[in-house]
Design a protein around this ligand. Sequence first.
Ligand SMILES: [Zn+2]
Ligand SMILES: [Zn+2]
Length: 439
Amino acid sequence: MKTLFPLLIVSILFPAGLYGQNGQGLTRSVAAEQAYLEALYLHLHQNPELSFYEFETAERMAQEMAELGLTVHSSYGGTGVVGLMQNGDGPTVLVRADMDALPLEEATGLDYASTVTTTDEAGNTVGVMHACGHDIHMTVLIGTARVLHAMRDQWAGTVILIAQPAEERSGGAKAMLADGLFEEFPIPDYALALHVSASLQAGTVGYCPGYMMANVDMMDITVYGEGGHGAYPETTKDPVVLASRIVMGLQTIVSREISALEPAVVTVGAINGGTKGNIIPGEVTLQLTMRSYSTEVRQGIIDKIERICRGVAISAGLSEDQYPKIVLRDEYTPSVFNDPALSERIAAVFRISLGTARVLEVGPSMVGEDFGRFGRTEEAVPILLYWLGAVPQERMEAAEAGELNLPSLHSAYFYPDYSTTIETGVQTMTSAVLELLKK
Ligand SMILES: [Zn+2]
Ligand SMILES: [Zn+2]
């Protein structure tokens, strides 16, 4: 992998007055960990595990933290690991990485590609791949811990390192908080995390003050009718037609009932019913995802879906016990709201650490990340999640020349320029913690 910006240039970029010895020391300390971290990354990449089954990954995370002398708590919220790095009086900063991989067969063709398969909860044999970059997140977490450990005379306070299970199923952060994270350990003054970006070049970072990612809800709707022969629709109440009307009705929620200034999405991703052209079935199922930023819009969408479903059933003459059954899945992911002051403070540090050209302010998106939960407890901890560019330079250039469509996260073809990405991740995350815990 090419290193986009050689370390030499990075160290020259530090203005002496502001960062001074600290900046140069940081660059040197990061470089000293690079070979170790690349080996750790390759191990994690080749040993991916699915959500809530991150047993060996968690063991490795705990071992890495214990080697640095941290107080380590394992099996927290399932497979979660909490490492406490205490270094005198000062604020507390939580740094979080997620551990889970996805049920995908890696198709990158790389010589270090994952070949792991496993049996999922439905009993199917599936490939397993770190297609969302959580292997990078964990490597950066450990890299940050190692550099902070090496530079412990230059900061004071407490760092809580979190290796979190099940981000992809959105239960991991909730489970760790429910297990007493903010009761058993110091309540953090700040919480930080990063996520690799499949559209930003390795060596860059992107930040987004305020709302960055959406509330994510998943819903199942069963539309009931009265089945019968396809030749006698008048003797039935056709749930295929009712479900179609519901799908079309749902399109008016965002377009007609929510302000154009409020981001919202209602997607019907699956519709299933029936077996044969001449049989009108008894029911049809729909699977939805809904996205929003504010709590009010989120609740409004849910209420409007219920109203439309009920209204369609009433218009078809169905009785109350035949109204559609609506199940909101409980793994709701709250939106990520980056504390604006913290975002600007850390972005300023990144500009010094990486140079202005490598720090980009980016817009929000409608994907979800359960890191938002750490900022949603009653303690109202200010949080910052930022994007860590991961796209190899040559692939970025090919994409810009129209020769390549960059694979997104969750693609079997996604891979980072891991060397540059890890280096930039450790450099930025460590500089953020040093800023918040400076003496
Ligand atoms: Zn993901
Ligand atoms: Zn992810």
